[in-house]
Design a binder for this molecule. Structure first.
Ligand code: PBG
Length: 333
């Protein structure tokens, strides 16, 4: 028997709303799924014991001594997070930043503590000078205040080696010097660290969204800015050149940073390369959501999940986010 066609019903071939009718249907046809297994949780390590101090510009994020770092990572692991990215926050800074390669530095101690307590946790480290230098730049400063590329590579390789020796699974150079991936890969291989990977901050833009992070590690440049090494917001094609070069130099994971204002770049890099692509949902992006949510202007849970979904939809396989633990909990609800 023919179903009776109601008079007012049009004969539409496509009715996209059919698949939006029920929660189960919507779940079934979802194009993008985010999962705690793809999150990377950034953590800030300081020297000492039993230290856990909230970072003012990054509510909900802490300066942690290695013992408290382990506690935080254990909880994150319970919630489904499988990877962390460590930033060492030193007691003292110097002109060269060589302190960043100290085997007893907070980052190195943090790595060892994590790998002994949670051997399966993927531990990544940020490799850079800016948090360790008095001038706050990511490279060696020349006489005229210019940032010297190749002398910086020597220090970066030392830092990367010290992280690998401590047991890091991947090192993450965030300095944007030319040739750093090749230099680090070569040094790691020479020392026998074939299995230590490199997550390259490949397309890293000179961004105002790093503000809260620079407060967290006290790394704002004391003169000038980072525009002679980080990329300009206007440049899209250049991101592909940077990403391809890093892949050729041996990067295992390619990163785009920041994420939200650069979704087109994430999409381009995903389409052009066959490596895993990570995107860094940076401190300013996190702080904006936190600040608006604290005033009741946005719903933090919904906003955060929408932001993370947009980054995954753009093409990021991995998402570095300060919201990792909260998002993991919300996704389970
Ligand atoms: C260090 C570094 C920065 C970030 C990660 N590694 C800051 C910068 O380049 O000034 C930013 C992270 C964030 O904002 O969350 N080079």
């Amino acid at each position: 028997m023919e179903p009776e066609q109601k008079k007012e019903t049009f004969r539409l071939v496509q009715r996209p709303r059919r698949l939006r009718r029920t929660p189960a249907l919507r779940e079934l046809v979802k194009e993008t799924r985010i999962h705690p297994g793809q999150f990377i949780y950034p953590l800030f390590v300081v020297a000492g014991i039993d230290r856990r101090k909230e970072i003012e510009a990054l509510p909900g994020q802490y300066h942690l001594s290695p013992d408290r770092l382990v506690e935080e990572a254990e909880q994150a692991w319970q919630e489904g997070i499988r990877a962390v990215l460590l930033f060492g926050v030193p007691e003292r800074k110097d002109e060269s930043g060589l302190e960043a390669a100290n085997p007893e530095g907070p980052a190195q101690q943090g790595v060892r503590a994590l790998k002994s307590a949670l051997p399966e946790l993927v531990v990544m480290t940020d490799v850079c000078l800016c948090g360790y230098t008095t001038h706050g730049h990511c490279g060696v400063v020349g006489e005229g205040g210019e940032i010297l590329n190749d002398p910086t590579l020597e220090i970066l390789t030392k830092i990367a080696l010290s992280h690998a020796e401590a047991g890091a699974d991947l090192v993450g150079p965030s300095d944007m010097m030319d040739g750093r991936v090749a230099a680090i890969r070569c040094a790691l291989d020479e020392a026998g660290f074939y299995d230590t990977g490199i997550m390259a901050y490949s397309a890293k833009y000179a961004s105002a969204f790093y503000g809260p992070f620079r407060e967290a590690v006290d790394s704002a440049p004391q003169f000038g800015d980072r525009r002679s090494y980080q990329m300009a917001a206007e440049d899209r094609r250049e991101a592909l050149r940077e990403a391809r070069q890093d892949a050729e130099e041996g990067a295992d994971i390619i990163m785009v940073k920041p994420a939200l204002a650069y979704l087109d770049v994430i999409s381009d890099v995903r389409a052009a390369l066959d490596r895993p692509v990570a995107a860094y949902n940076v401190s300013g992006e996190y702080a904006m959501v936190k600040a608006a949510a604290a005033r009741g202007w946005v719903d933090e849970r919904a906003t955060t999940l929408e932001v993370l979904t947009s980054i995954a939809r753009a093409g990021a396989d991995l998402i570095i986010t300060y919201h990792a633990r909260e998002a993991a909990r919300w996704l389970k609800e």
